[in-house]
Design a binder for this molecule. Structure first.
Ligand code: 13P
Length: 233
């Protein structure tokens, strides 16, 4: 199992240092990936986590003010990077083409991408679920080699579920996972969206889920510990 932690734009330097101390106490069999906010990447200091980033520039190193290039992430020991998170697609108007470019940049540095996909409530209700997921996956992966496709991690995060406390039914999750598994047969697929220590028993019923991308729960090491215990037992 993969347990990826997306801290989003949370935790000051001091808060991150004490957070990291708490996180360091968690022992788990799963692969834990910490995706802290960019400033805190420089402070990574744990042996039970792999290092991740929440984003990478579509541009290479050079004159791109405010951007962080894949080679810079690599130089800080980053091994995984989230791309195409719905918050970036919505807030920064990130396009599928830019996301495909980011994936290329990451692979050029040997960093594993975690590609996010997911539909809004309106898209689901208007019957566009399959179209949206297919488009997000195909446009991001059509230029990848089969080895790169196999290395990729996909996170299905229904937008209406992120931070709302709502989770899809197991049938709804299975429908999307089967679609992704058909498009990318050897790619690991994670679930993200309000997953927590209360609903993990229910989510565990879906045998297709190969890990989780956690937002809110990533900031609560005590609850995260319970989540991991339930997940692994
Ligand atoms: P929540 O777990 O807070 O719903 O966030 C999920 C998410 O966006 C992880 O990338």
């Amino acid at each position: 199992m993969i347990v990826a932690l997306n801290n989003k734009s949370n935790l000051t330097k001091e808060e991150f240092l004490s957070y990291q101390e708490e996180l360091g106490k968690i022992t788990c069999a799963s692969t834990m990936i910490l995706c802290a906010s960019p400033l805190n990447i420089a402070n990574y200091n744990l042996t039970n986590c792999h290092w991740g980033s929440q984003n990478v520039s579509k541009d290479l190193v050079g004159a791109h003010t405010g951007e962080i290039a894949a080679s810079q992430l690599k130089s800080y020991g980053v091994e995984y990077c989230i791309v195409g998170h719905s918050e970036r697609r919505q807030d920064q108007k990130e396009t599928n083409e830019e996301i495909a470019q980011k994936i290329q940049n990451l692979y050029a540095e040997g960093i594993k991408p975690i590609l996010c996909c997911g539909e809004t409530k309106e898209e689901r209700e208007s019957g566009k679920l399959i179209e949206v997921i297919e488009q997000e996956i195909i446009s991001a992966t059509e230029n990848l080699t089969s080895e790169e496709k196999d290395e990729l991690i996909v996170a299905y995060e229904p937008i209406w579920s992120i931070g709302t406390g709502l989770i899809p039914t197991i049938e709804e999750i299975e429908e999307v996972f089967k679609l992704i598994n058909n498009l990318l047969p050897n790619t690991k697929v994670l679930y993200g969206g309000s997953a927590n220590d209360k609903n993990i028993d229910e989510l565990k019923q879906c045998s297709l889920i190969e890990g989780y991308l956690l937002g809110g729960l990533s900031l609560k090491p005590e609850n995260l510990k319970v989540f991991i215990e339930k997940l692994e037992n």
